[in-house]
Write a protein that binds this ligand. Structure first.
Ligand code: G7M
Length: 358
């Protein structure tokens, strides 16, 4: 065990469970709130995807002249077919059989789960992870100026970006960095690509990278202007050239979903790079959160000199998000009224009603 493993283990061992913040059977994740040394901690576990050997066994040349792997190796001792240590049939019916299995686990080849610990966790973290009611909001440029911008400025000053600066300037996660483009005399164009915290770094099906930029004048897409279009275009090309090469072309340029979030959690411009086959990202790639980099580049052609500052952006926000309480709740109510949507009638729950009558 390395020193880092020992430190991580001792933190996790000290975790005292308080309550479940959220769980999702589709993404196979659970987030727990607890305490470590009297300070709040959030422990998230995500069951890992099945492993299979990424080596191509053969390839066929398609009409486009590209060699396509025609099947994957599934004979590794930890692959889903070979690792079944126990097997139990639940039922069968005609040609259908279903049951349960216990797979052989191994830290290097087939770990059970990916763990993510935030400690000490702030109230913003806790509210973000907690299950909450979601709402669709249209953020006009005026709403941005009045409600969102002051919030972003506050967040920026709260020091929530330490992890970003650690990566850019302090060598944090340096052993995981996939690509660093940094020229002392051209800091503005520099960036780092590295595995996102959400990726185990092993299973290419779940490939999730993040590109973080040295320039710090962009807090979100709202700050993008037409003058940034060429920069974004060249980034888009660089990312799609570099990433496949870094993974021995097991993933191709047109298999990368490259996008930004609005609202992001962190207000220092960054881009998400995800295997197009990866469906399990909670709302991370959903409409109302993810905006494709290609669309951003295209939109900047038409948005006028103020770029994204001119656009109304529609997105999903949870009612635990600070912005909801700071005014977006009222904005939504007003928008529904202006759109002529009738007020939601009071729904009487028959169970509550019965209780009331007792
Ligand atoms: O929603 P937003 O666009 O702000 O997403 C930020 C991304 O940064 C998420 O996908 C996080 O998983 C990722 N991320 C957050 N932190 C704190 C870290 C970190 O410390 N290291 C890495 N590699 N990714 C992180």
């Amino acid at each position: 065990m390395s020193e880092a493993d020992v430190a991580f283990r001792s933190l996790v061992d000290k975790f005292r469970f308080e309550r479940v913040l959220n769980s999702n059977p589709q993404t196979k994740t659970i987030s727990l709130l607890g305490f470590i040394d009297e300070k709040s901690a959030i422990l998230t576990a995500e069951k890992t995807h099945f492993t299979f050997d990424e080596n191509k066994v053969g390839s066929q040349s398609g009409s486009d002249g590209i060699n396509t792997p025609f099947f994957y190796h599934c004979e590794n001792e930890y692959s889903c077919t070979n690792a079944m240590q126990e097997l139990r049939q639940l039922t069968s019916n005609d040609i259908y059989y279903w049951g349960l299995t216990v797979l052989k686990q191994n830290m290097d080849h087939n770990p059970t789960a990916r763990l993510n610990l935030i400690w000490p966790a702030t109230s913003v973290h806790i509210r973000k992870f907690e299950q909450q009611q979601l709402h669709l909001v249209r953020e006009t440029p005026e709403t941005y100026e009045k409600i969102v911008k002051p919030y972003i400025d506050e967040m920026y000053n709260l020091g929530r970006l330490k992890w970003v600066y650690n990566i850019l300037y302090q060598g944090a996660e340096a052993d995981r960095v996939v690509y660093r483009d940094f020229l002392e005399d051209n800091k503005r164009d520099g960036f780092v690509i590295l595995p996102d915290m959400k990726w185990d770094g092993v299973n290419l099906d779940a490939l999730y990278l993040v590109a973080i930029f040295y320039r710090d004048d962009l807090k979100s897409i709202r700050d993008l202007r037409p003058g940034d279009r060429d920069w974004l275009k060249s980034l888009n090309t660089k990312i799609r050239t570099i990433v496949p090469g870094c993974y021995n072309y097991a993933i191709r340029a047109d298999e990368l979903r490259i996008f930004v979030h609005y609202q992001p959690s962190y207000y220092h411009f960054h881009i998400h790079i995800v295997n197009i086959r990866h469906p399990g990202l909670n709302d991370g790639i959903a409409a109302g959160k993810a905006i494709l980099l290609d669309d951003v580049i295209e939109n900047l052609k038409y948005l006028g000199p103020n770029g994204y500052m001119n656009k109304t952006l529609t997105y999903v926000i949870g009612d635990n998000h600070d912005l909801w309480g700071r005014g977006l709740k009222d904005v939504v109510a007003k928008q529904l009224e202006e759109d002529g949507i009738p007020k939601t009638p009071k729904i009487v729950n028959e169970f509550t009603e019965d209780e009331d009558q007792e």
